[in-house]
Design a protein around this ligand. Structure first.
Ligand SMILES: [Zn+2]
Length: 225
């Protein structure tokens, strides 16, 4: 990030492609962290101004962020799919692995959207929800029932073998900030809100249930065939 910002600084042209290559939430979080780290130093450096500029550009992109066409994760800006289901060159895995994740996701999504067709308005990033999203992301503004939300999130993870595998067996011992960081690293880098994490984990609980059921049916038909 710092190197990218230095490159930006050398040309004085922070490009939109730089913002679009990441989730806006990641970009904003890293810039806000840099601003906080420098807050005790006297004066304003060029780097601070770039951080603010990039935060402004990434905030603008937040409103263009939508959910993945298949699952409850956020899609990369300007695309229809999340990290798990996208096919972009920068996404993890070989082309074969990405294609397999896409095919599996498409199959599971049919059941997922059939049984869970509604998405509440507070999940989506809009003019109404972006201010609280930013407050959480940039200054970690607590919500009124912070402790209760955290306990509910841990219960939700504990209820799904697949979620425990993905998030890590040590999830119960993680502190609040460690757990939220882990969720962003392993589930959805674009998310920052505790209540929405609760919703997304609940949706993924069903998602992995459908995925397991599809795999079981396929195995049975192979064995019987
Ligand atoms: Zn997805």
């Amino acid at each position: 990030m710092i190197q990218a910002m230095q490159e930006m600084g050398s040309t004085l042209q922070p490009t939109r492609n730089f913002i679009l290559s990441r989730f806006p939430a990641e970009v904003i979080d890293e810039c806000a962290t840099m601003l906080r780290q420098r807050a005790s130093q006297a004066g304003i450096a060029e780097q601070d101004l770039y951080s603010l500029l990039v935060i402004g550009m990434a905030t603008w992109e937040l409103e263009r962020t939508s959910l993945c066409r298949f699952c409850p994760r956020f899609a990369l800006v300007g695309t229809a799919f999340c990290l798990e289901h996208g096919q972009g060159k920068q996404l993890p895995g070989t082309p074969g692995e990405k294609a397999a994740r896409y095919r599996s996701g498409k199959e599971v999504a049919q059941e997922y959207h059939y049984y869970l067709p509604q998405t509440p308005a507070y999940i989506l990033l809009s003019e109404r929800t972006i201010p609280s999203f930013l407050a959480r992301l940039m200054i970690g503004r607590p919500i009124p029932d912070e402790g209760r939300s955290l306990r509910a999130i841990k219960r939700k993870i504990a209820g799904s073998r697949r979620l425990v595998e993905i998030i890590g067996m040590d999830f119960q011992s993680l502190s609040e900030s460690q757990l939220y960081r882990r969720l962003r690293e392993r589930i959805d880098p674009g998310e920052a809100r505790p209540r929405v994490w609760l919703w997304k984990l609940g949706r993924l609980y069903h998602w992995y249930g459908y995925e397991d059921r599809i795999a079981l049916i396929k195995n049975l038909s192979v064995n019987n065939g």
